[in-house]
Design a protein around this ligand. Structure first.
Ligand code: ATP
Ligand code: ZN
Length: 210
């Protein structure tokens, strides 16, 4: 039996469940349960908050997981990634007030930046030689400039309409992300064998979708 952690409810959930189903694996999904067992493959599915998935896979509570690269890299476990899955594509971008002066990332020197991704943003700024004050907040990052908490933000952008609605403009792409399959690095022989079968099916599904 192998354990796969997926997001309980959110932007990754439906595509994760669909991928498993398209792999020919049957199970009864239930919105109130924490886990389900597949009926025709030795797979157990755990439903978790996406932020908890990298840590649980690292610790071996789950053997496998499906999570966004943004969350994986922010958690500090990029080495768990096995392969990209082609869905939940998004980007982490820096944005400033629409009227603010901005030529380059150097303009963020000594500025206050609100983000839920301090590790990814910190690395990006360091690579660009910029020193800034990062304020880590877990939600509604895009309102930070309008309430005077920060001059800039770094957050997930998909359409840009949320930014526009908050008087912000996107100025830099910091990180590009999509959903990835991750695995614990110390799987036993039996689990490695099951993982191989699963990856073989996932790759066939992805080829068929193209
Ligand atoms: P949880 O309650 O599980 O912590 P969450 O609110 O943190 O959920 P979601 O908004 O459901 O997370 O997003 C999950 C993941 O989906 C993100 O980490 C990112 O990888 C991806 N994602 C986020 N926004 C978008 C988007 N607009 N388009 C596509 N993918 C996105
Ligand atoms: Zn989350």
């Amino acid at each position: 039996m192998i354990r796969l952690a997926i997001q309980k409810s959110g932007r990754l959930s439906e595509d994760s469940l669909n991928l498993i189903r398209e792999c020919g694996i049957s199970f009864i999904a239930s919105s109130y349960k924490l886990k389900t067992e597949a009926t025709n493959f030795p797979l157990e599915i755990l439903y978790l908050r996406d932020d908890d998935i990298p840590g649980y896979v690292q610790d071996g509570v789950a053997d496998l997981g499906i999570v966004g690269q943004n969350v994986l890299v922010e958690a500090g476990y990029p080495e768990l990634e096995l392969e990209p899955l082609g869905f939940s594509k998004c980007r982490l971008s820096l944005a400033v007030a629409r009227a603010a002066h901005y030529d380059s990332v150097a303009d963020l020197q000594n500025k206050n930046i609100a983000t839920s991704y301090p590790a990814i943003l910190g690395k990006y700024l360091a690579e660009h030689g910029v020193q800034a004050n990062l304020h880590t907040i877990s939600g509604s990052v895009e309102i930070a400039p309008s309430i005077g908490l920060a001059e800039a933000i770094c957050d997930i952008v998909s359409s840009g309409s949320t930014l526009l609605g908050n008087g912000l403009r996107e100025v830099e792409t910091v990180f590009r992300s999509e959903a990835v399959l991750i695995a614990n690095q110390h799987l036993n022989e039996e689990k490695r064998e099951l993982l191989e079968q699963l990856q073989f099916r996932m790759q066939a599904v992805r080829r068929a979708r193209r």
